[in-house]
Design a protein around this ligand. Structure first.
Ligand SMILES: [Zn+2]
Ligand SMILES: [Zn+2]
Length: 448
């Protein structure tokens, strides 16, 4: 996508065949994947709902595309990039089709735009797993997850500002504050070719000082050399000609308008002339959010950019576009570093305790009451398997229940149940017919 978390370090060696493959325990999640379980998954739920609500406020609709596409969909992602060359999960299905698991988010959305021709501007957001056969290491997953947004059909710089604002405000809404926004323009088909010639000439003249990867990229994809973090390359890159000095007048005006828009909104940014990002289809605006709370090699929270020619290159109508992707796993590591978005504690409004001793299945009274509570909008649970009173109370405690609702024989004889406040220990008797509204009222009073 606009905004995959880049596969840094940029001059990483070609991934060799995985020697451990085939010797892995079949009943463990494959290398480079991970399970997300409660209560940790509560952070995911919170993060996704923050993003969904924010995207809806900005007028973006949810788009769902398949986890795999015809391999051609990703061909334009970059002839010269790692993504296509060596990290894509490509396979032939039983019908002989060449397919690939989604390595990034933008191309499938553009493919869907071309296929369905929605009325522009088409503003969509997504939550999707991305697949890359990367070298397994901490914080780097072969299946990772991204939240992203794309806008197709308009090249107005106001849209660039809008998507950046959408992403920036989302990160802020999680409580993150130690991150920065880098901004650049990559020009277009008018001004970039001339710049690439100048850059290639310069790099050729200094080829002997470049790392092996950069030497290989020099001819095929000189822009990516600018991305190299190897010290010997950094020294050469610092004196390289800069694209910002080669922008044509319309690109210049577009970039100025984006900067002015961000300033109007008070979104802080820094211009980084070396920000090229990993994908070949970017034009004009590119941007990246980097966390200052993470190690610099893996500090990109997400980013994206404009891809005004991608739809045409994929055989569709001319449709400028811009978007971004934010890596959920990376953002959660940043949240840990900053001490924000803690794993939510379990909590329930009520836990229904079966003191009738009805055995497994529970007394029908308990089953009915639990159903009523849930239908009334309260969170409620019970124990299973005919457990003792003590065991049921312990389960209620673990579940974070605010109230115990005890269904006992004596109380039921009086048409009532016992309600115990788990915080104060105070216990009262409430009429069976009134207990649901009693709990609703108390919940409102507690403001939960
Ligand atoms: Zn290099
Ligand atoms: Zn231009």
């Amino acid at each position: 996508m606009g905004g995959h978390v880049p596969a840094s370090p940029r001059c990483a060696p070609v991934t060799a065949a995985d020697p451990a493959a085939g010797r892995e325990d079949a009943y463990r999640a494959p290398v480079g994947t991970h399970d997300v379980l409660p209560p940790e998954s509560g952070r995911w739920a919170e993060l996704v709902s923050q993003f969904a609500r924010r995207a809806a406020r900005f007028g973006y609709g949810l788009v769902l595309t398949p986890a795999f596409e015809h391999v051609e969909v990703f061909q334009r992602v970059g002839e010269g990039t790692d993504v296509v060359r060596k990290e894509m999960y490509e396979f032939e299905d039983k019908g002989g089709r060449r397919l690939a698991l989604r390595p990034e988010g933008t191309a499938p959305v553009v493919r869907a735009y071309i296929q369905h021709r929605p009325t522009p501007p088409w503003k969509v957001w997504y939550l999707a797993p991305h697949f890359r056969h990367e070298k397994a290491q901490r914080g780097r997953y072969r299946q990772h997850h991204q939240l992203g947004a794309e806008v197709l059909g308009v090249d107005d710089p106001a849209v660039d500002v809008e998507v950046i604002d959408l992403a920036q405000g989302f990160l802020t809404s999680l409580g993150l504050s130690r991150f920065s926004l880098a901004l650049n323009s990559l020009g277009d088909s008018v001004c970039r070719p001339g710049y690439l010639d100048a850059l290639r000439d310069y790099l050729r003249a200094h080829a002997d000082q470049l790392c092996a990867d950069s030497q290989a990229r020099l001819e095929t994809n000189p822009l990516r050399v600018l991305d190299c973090k190897q010290p010997q390359c950094v020294a050469v890159i610092e004196r390289a000609p800069q694209l910002l000095e080669h922008l044509c007048e319309p690109c210049e005006a577009h970039f100025e308008a984006v900067q002015a828009g961000l300033k109007t909104l008070g979104v802080p940014f820094e211009i980084d002339p070396r920000l090229v990002r990993g994908l070949d289809y970017y034009t004009r605006t590119t941007f990246e959010f980097a966390s200052e709370a993470l190690e610099s090699a893996q500090n990109a929270l997400g980013g994206g950019g404009r891809y005004d020619r991608l739809a045409e290159e994929m055989g569709g109508p001319p449709a400028p576009g811009i978007g971004f992707g934010i890596g959920i796993e990376r953002v959660l590591i940043a949240c840990d570093s900053e001490g924000v978005l803690p794993t939510p504690l379990p909590r329930l409004d009520a836990f229904v305790v079966d003191a009738l001793g009805g055995g497994p299945g529970g007394d029908p009274e308990v089953v009915a009451l639990l159903h009523e509570l849930r239908e009334a909008g309260l969170s409620a649970d019970r124990a299973y398997g005919g457990r003792s009173l003590k065991a049921q109370t312990r389960a209620a405690d673990r579940a974070g229940a605010r109230y115990l609702v005890i269904v006992g024989r004596e109380e039921m004889g009086r048409g009532a149940v016992a309600v115990r406040d788990m915080e104060s220990g105070e216990q009262v008797e409430v009429g069976r017919s009134r207990v649901v509204s009693w709990l609703c009222e108390h919940r409102e009073r507690l403001g939960t």
